[in-house]
Write a protein that binds this ligand. Structure first.
Ligand SMILES: Cc1cc2nc3c(=O)[nH]c(=O)nc-3n(C[C@H](O)[C@H](O)[C@H](O)COP(=O)(O)O)c2cc1C
Length: 564
């Protein structure tokens, strides 16, 4: 590797100062200080760094490759020798990744969001930790009672004050009244940022939340072009009129609706944990960016909603790729479940830490079971996917519990329920009597619906057993998880992040962001033909304090005092 063997002259047009010689560790440390720009020149001894350069003196007689027209090194002026510029690495701190509009709109420092995870897996603890670190966390409200959502919002507001946070509003096609009740709660509690997800069609609930206050921000998470189009456009007139007629919004709010897109941000969700269409990020994001542009032009918006990326982001390389493709921000999920702040159990955290990329599969979803919707789950260490598939096949094949052959019914009761159908039905009735009695009326008329509700008892509880760490039910654990988990485990192998109890969501996020900056720098060095120097930059996991120290070292007197 080439480093400067002799003192270099640094010029900023006003002063000349000698620095160096530099060791490989010096070079690595300077390049790793992403808060500063780095000027690299070709000295007679090889590539050399001018670490303090703030502006370069352009000499009119220097050709594009830096040589004077006669091929000689430019003559020294009174400040000493001049060398051809090889590369300029601009400052690239994590806050410069993505779209500054995202940072401003949500009051965050970094273009990073931890996505909602149902049943409070994306816990208040996780959301608070993210917020305090200058990132956006979305509380996992799906599947929770209104009381629990209200309590979580109270806690977030009390703890964070005006700090950023977000709450999930999930499409619940089976329970439109519940979906509207959640929207009403979020409006009443003045929650200013909502992550809307799992929508196939727009509903009054999601449009109501957005229109209820000009301060309400909507981050829509989608994986399909046709759904994205709806969030990138103004809300349909029909829904706006309906809300107006119901007295939920004012004339002014209805009029304003037509002038702006429904969503402020559109998270494009590629292959991910939980609900997913398994689309590849590398194909999906460019399509959605182009769609955003098309709809922006059609509607005459000066700027369209920002487009972020979720799904499969678990390493600095994936984060760098997302930003390089044009993502305004990134969203992670699976890896946060594996972190200490998540609302799952230590048992699940251990299972996640052992997962490889191929240890995930699709299995029937509890919330949209009858529609055949599937979710991506962990398959290593649990029989849930296989059992849930079998329940779905039985549901498809038979009109009622009684119509299922005796041997199959026995299997369901012994293996899945560990109880009789009657016992399970009794518990199901109790649940829906409180939550949504209309389901029971329908079940009384339609035995197939009764069968679906009973099977959903198992699917619903399987994720609660996982969250609670009920060891005796480990083989039934439903753990939503995408291939990102395996990618993460591979990346952290041999580092402190291999241990589940060391995995803090903020440490992980900072590593992804800072690592992305290093990798993008590495790419610039590569392009400049400096592959030896590119190899000095590594995305190996670092403790949080080390990253913060590196990002804060701009305050220090000289970069050399901060060498790793
Ligand atoms: C355990 C788990 C539960 C999830 N639950 C929800 C949810 O309730 N609402 C939602 O919008 N997204 C949910 N997601 C999706 C995440 O918010 C995020 O978009 C996704 O996990 C990103 O992809 P990744 O898993 O590849 O990181 C869930 C993901 C996981 C892993």
């Amino acid at each position: 590797m080439t480093t400067t063997g002799e003192p270099l002259t640094e010029r900023d047009g006003a002063t000349a100062r000698a620095v160096g010689p530099l060791t490989p560790a010096d070079v690595a440390a300077i390049l790793s200080d992403v808060t500063r720009g780095v000027v690299i020149v070709r000295s007679p001894h090889g590539p050399a760094i001018l670490p303090h350069a703030t502006r370069l003196v352009a000499t009119p007689w220097t050709t594009a490759d830096g040589l004077s027209p006669d091929g000689a090194w430019p003559a020294a002026d009174n400040a000493g020798p001049a060398w051809p510029l090889l590369a300029y690495l601009p400052p690239l701190p994590p806050e410069r990744l993505g779209d500054p509009g995202f940072l401003a709109a949500h009051g965050v420092r970094y273009p990073y969001m931890s996505g909602a995870m149902a049943n409070g897996i994306a816990s208040t603890r996780l959301v608070i930790a993210m917020s305090r670190a200058g990132m956006l966390g979305s509380f996992g409200a799906a599947g929770l009672s209104l009381q629990r959502i209200a309590a979580a919002v109270d806690e977030l507001q009390t703890t964070l004050g005006s700090g950023p946070y977000c709450v999930n509003l999930i499409h619940s096609p089976n329970e439109p009244a519940y979906e509207m009740a959640v929207a009403e709660l979020l409006v009443a509690k003045r929650v200013r940022c909502v992550e809307a997800s799992a929508y196939l069609e727009l509903t009054p609930a999601v449009v109501y939340y957005r229109l209820a206050s000009p301060e309400n921000r909507l981050i829509a998470k989608v994986s399909r072009v046709e759904v994205a189009s709806k969030f990138l456009s103004p809300p349909p007139e029909r829904l706006v009129r309906e809300l107006l007629a119901a007295g939920r919004i004012t004339e002014g709010q209805a009029e304003a609706a037509a002038r702006r897109p429904l969503a402020d941000d559109l998270t494009v969700e590629a292959d991910s944990g939980g609900h997913t269409d398994n689309r590849p990020a590398i194909c999906l994001l460019p399509t959605m960016l182009a769609l955003r542009e098309r709809i922006r032009r059609q509607n005459g918006y000066s700027v369209g909603p920002r487009v972020g990326l979720a799904g499969g982001i678990a390493t600095p390389a994936a984060a760098a790729a997302a930003f390089a493709m044009g993502a305004a921000y990134i969203v992670t999920g699976s890896i946060n479940q594996a972190c200490v702040e998540s609302g799952t159990s230590d048992l699940v955290r251990q299972m996640l830490a052992a997962a490889g990329q191929a240890d995930v599969t699709m299995a029937p979803a509890a919330d949209m079971f009858e529609m055949g919707v599937k979710v991506q789950v962990l398959k290593r260490g649990t029989m849930f996917p296989m059992r849930a598939h079998k329940l779905y096949e039985l549901y498809r094949a038979y009109p009622s519990w009684e119509a299922i052959p005796a041997a199959e019914r026995q299997w369901v009761e012994k293996t899945c329920f560990r109880a009789t159908f009657e016992d399970v039905w009794q518990q199901t009735e109790e649940f829906f009597r409180r939550r949504d009695p209309a389901q029971l009326q329908r079940a009384a008329r339609d035995p197939k619906h009764r069968l679906a509700l009973a099977f959903r008892w198992y699917l619903g509880l399987s994720s609660r057993w996982a969250n609670a760490g009920v060891a005796d039910r480990q083989l039934d654990f439903q753990v939503w998880c995408g291939p990102a988990m395996g990618a993460f485990n591979e990346w952290v192998k041999g580092s402190f992040l291999e241990e589940p109890h060391n995995r803090s969501a903020v440490t992980v996020a900072l590593n992804l962001l800072y690592g992305a900056c290093l990798l993008l720098r590495r790419q610039m060095l590569q392009v400049a033909g400096l592959s030896d120097w590119a190899a000095l930059l590594s995305d190996h996991p670092l403790p949080r304090e080390e990253i913060e120290r590196r990002l804060g070292w701009v305050q220090a007197a000289t970069p050399h005092q901060n060498l790793a």
